[in-house]
Design a protein. Structure first.
Length: 259
């Protein structure tokens, strides 16, 4: 296993992930290079190649799988843990354990009224595995909230300050609180072509001078023909797992890309 300890943000930049110096806010984060996450808070998340967080503001994500070319605006909250609605109390004292919230349990007042570690499975353990998905090339606008367990489809766009409580179809543009579909980015035939092509699985660098990114259908024509002629290689980026430590960052090379 290729594992390195005590890395700095500059070290990570050379390995394909941009984390702002001094902002140790990632825990169990897996990524394909390159990934731009800056100083945001990500816990138990993964990000495909070319994933991008806006450098400004502070955003957070929990147990979320970000696709390749996904984009996230500042001050967003994606997939946060939820609290039980039918238990005696929604407060963490009733459903957490010392291993989940060690700082809280260090205070004797909390420990006195809370369950012990060996009191059986907690509600938090049954709820926490629920994953949120932000699809390939999807865009989450600034100040948005995406509920845990939601899937935002490939190429979808979430308008700024939206509250997303339900799955979003591929290439839909949604906005509002709760968010609703306003329209789609392209006509149905174009969406069908994009989904069939799955262009994010290919290395598009060699064709950048042969296309105009502003012309969607013409670019699709070129990419479809290149794929048909076997002239585009699959994208096979290096992938790593990184987490914050007391001495910087710990990084482990993964055996295969995430996608």
């Amino acid at each position: 296993m290729d594992r390195r300890e005590g890395l700095s943000a500059s070290d990570l930049m050379a390995l394909g992930v941009c984390i702002d110096e001094g902002n140790n806010k990632v825990h169990d984060f897996r990524f394909e290079r390159p990934a731009m996450i800056h100083g945001h808070r990500l816990k138990n998340c993964s990000m495909g190649a070319y994933g991008f967080y806006n450098a400004a503001g502070l955003a957070s994500a929990y147990r979320t799988r970000f696709g390749r070319y996904s984009q996230v605006g500042e001050s967003t909250i994606v997939g946060p843990p939820e609290h039980p609605m039918t238990m005696f109390s929604t407060h963490p004292f009733a459903f957490s354990r010392p291993s989940h919230m060690p700082k809280m349990f260090q205070m004797p007042e909390f420990a006195r009224i809370s369950p012990e570690e060996d009191d059986g499975p907690s509600w938090a353990e049954s709820e926490s595995p629920i994953e949120t998905v932000i699809g390939h090339e999807a865009y989450v606008g600034a100040g948005s909230f995406v509920r845990r367990g939601v899937t935002v489809g490939v190429g979808a766009v979430i308008g700024a300050r939206s509250v997303v409580t339900r799955d979003v179809p591929p290439y839909a543009i949604v906005a509002g609180s709760p968010a609703r579909v306003l329209r789609y980015r392209y006509p149905d035939p174009v969406i069908e072509r994009l989904l069939k092509l799955a262009w994010w699985n290919y290395d598009i660098g060699p064709i950048k001078r042969a296309v105009d990114w502003a012309d969607t259908e013409r670019t699709l024509d070129v990419l479809e023909q290149k794929v048909a002629d076997r002239q585009l290689d699959k994208l096979m980026p290096e992938a790593y797992a990184v987490t914050s430590t007391a001495t910087g960052y710990s990084l482990t090379r993964l055996s295969a890309p995430l996608y």
